[in-house]
Ligand binder design. Sequence first.
Ligand code: IPD
Ligand code: CA
Ligand code: CA
Ligand code: CA
Length: 267
Amino acid sequence: MVYFEKDSVYQSAREWVLAAGEIIRSTIDDPREVDTKKNANDLVTEMDRKVEAYFAEKIRTTYPDHLILSEEGFGDQVDDLKGTVWIIDPIDGTMNFVHQKRTFAISLAIFHQGIGEIGFIYDVMADIIYEVKKGEGAYKNGQKLAPLTDKKNLSESILMLNHLWCTPNDQVNHLKLGELVRTVRGARSYGSAALEFAYLSEGIVDAYISFHLQPWDYAAGVILYEEVGGQIVQATGEPLTYLKQEPTVAGHPNIVNQIIEDYIELK
Ligand code: IPD
Ligand code: CA
Ligand code: CA
Ligand code: CA
């Protein structure tokens, strides 16, 4: 049995998230080395790697039994969520980081024996930390986030999605998503899945869909959003596994099933 002292793990994680944010913020105007990964628009910088390496070093030194599931290659091979697993995206929204120098976040979640116990989403440039300890409330810069309102209709909802899903693609019927965009009150795309989960948790937007999210994009966001009553499932309606890329629908519980049943046709 892996020893898990929730409060002290929480305090260490919080300290490291804030310190990593300071490293990024204090060098935000430095020249950047930008590489590409799967395609010309899939960006990565030396800072993505530096921040992930920072967390990996801290975690391995302090908690040698814990495992790391992360984006940039400093983590472990993680095949299940036994023991304690840190799920980390060092910079979520790298395109925003490179082009706009804002609206990106550090996303860090800690699972213990399969349960999401701790989550942080840190909007580095705005210095806004969203944090949650499962069962103890979700907070934005120390202010407790209110539970979601009782009722929500699709026609009065704001939906977040990447516009490309409304163009022909391999994953989903884009015409149906076009219908969804015409049905809701408005659509937004912020370019950081983690921050999009944070905005859902604040209740300022009502649904988010994406068809290729990785665990590090959504893990902290799910813990935060579930704490205020939000719902997150795969686009098939099945629960998320937190272990692989998954099509994801998140939103107010009144509208998630309707979105899946009426507007999502996976290929
Ligand atoms: C990306 C962002 C983006 C989402 C992509 C993610 P990254 O993460 O969250 O909003 O649409 O699917 O890969 O690569 O900037 O960490
Ligand atoms: Ca990336
Ligand atoms: Ca990401
Ligand atoms: Ca990233």
